[in-house]
Design a protein around this ligand. Sequence first.
Ligand code: ATP
Ligand code: MG
Length: 386
Amino acid sequence: MRIGIYGAGQLAQMMAEAALKLGFSVCFFVDSEEDTRCVTHLGPIFQVIPSDPIKALKAAGHIDLITLEREQVNLEILKDWETQVAIFPSAKAIETTQNRIKEKRMLDELVLPTAPWISTETEADTWTKQVGFPAVLKHPTQGYDGKSQWRVNSVDEVAQITAKVDHALMLEAFVPFDFEVSIISARSTKGELIFYPPTENRHIDGILLNSIAPAPLLNQSLSDRLRHIARTVMKHLDYVGVMAIECFVTGDQILINEIAPRVHNSGHWTMHHQVCSQFEQHIRAISGLPLKPFESRFAHGLVNLLGPFDTPPNDPGSGSELVWYGKASKPRRKLGHIVQCQNTETDLIAEQEALINQLYFCNPESPFYKPLPGGHVVDERLTQTL
Ligand code: ATP
Ligand code: MG
């Protein structure tokens, strides 16, 4: 079987590696000027011209199916391709989940819980009535790692931002959540479903910093509810592949934040050799292979490597595996991650805290450096002149 992957970043890289291990071959479709250094060694690359997307398909030769590494794609390209070859997840599923407003409308129709939200195409007085302040204003299609969204405290602030864009934004109530979780699930071409245990996620400046699975603070009833949400959404969209659903937890309430119709950063802990990774699971789901249920008695986790790092940090130690994407280093950019596995949740949490302190909070080179109150920072140049 030959699989075409639309995209060339680290998620495309990890899906391709999983496909190759299963004995499939891969090729990549990329937009112009897309950085391909993560995937050049894995298969041929074809550039997509939006005015003639079929040209790239023809150049690629025989392909059994296409999958995607990101939802922010030109839908017309997918629809054209779909006339020639199967796409998983389908263009219809991407259409809904690539747009926060369409996604929230679907969740409302399915009577699944979200924070109060509204499209800014409505009258300004309904913003306060339906959503209230503080709130978060989000671009419907753009944005990742907390980009293209704004904390807002008044109708005036919303109006100032909407005046600068030519389409509606989504206004969502600010949720003072206890913690954030995601659920990674897979649905196959045959309708088979599997769920990984929900993952607790911690963000810094809107960027995922670390994850722990199973989520330590989540009780059985909330876990069951997350599975119900994932099952309902995937069945409704007739979804094929891996899907991640990000949620806020407040007390005994779950509120859905967003759906990612793809493999997801908070699922990278599944790359531990004890587990069937989300990448292998995705390839299994789209290619018709049986899915592999999750079985592990360990505590799993990941810590993201957020730039700048010119070279990968030192070997993280026993029980951990470092994954380096080979991308150019930039501040706050995801350059790799460390996959962790420990016998107990307590050990895993202690290991993560130590690592996060070393990589970020105690590292003056990091944008997330936090000098401890009363701590002394020794500046080498100053010491030399004294
Ligand atoms: P991703 O990189 O996961 O695609 P994103 O940039 O698309 O993320 P969100 O997931 O909507 O955007 O927001 C990023 C983070 O900002 C969330 O994980 C959460 O920590 C915070 N956040 C977003 N919306 C809200 C909200 N309504 N209330 C409180 N915090 C929020
Ligand atoms: Mg998110």
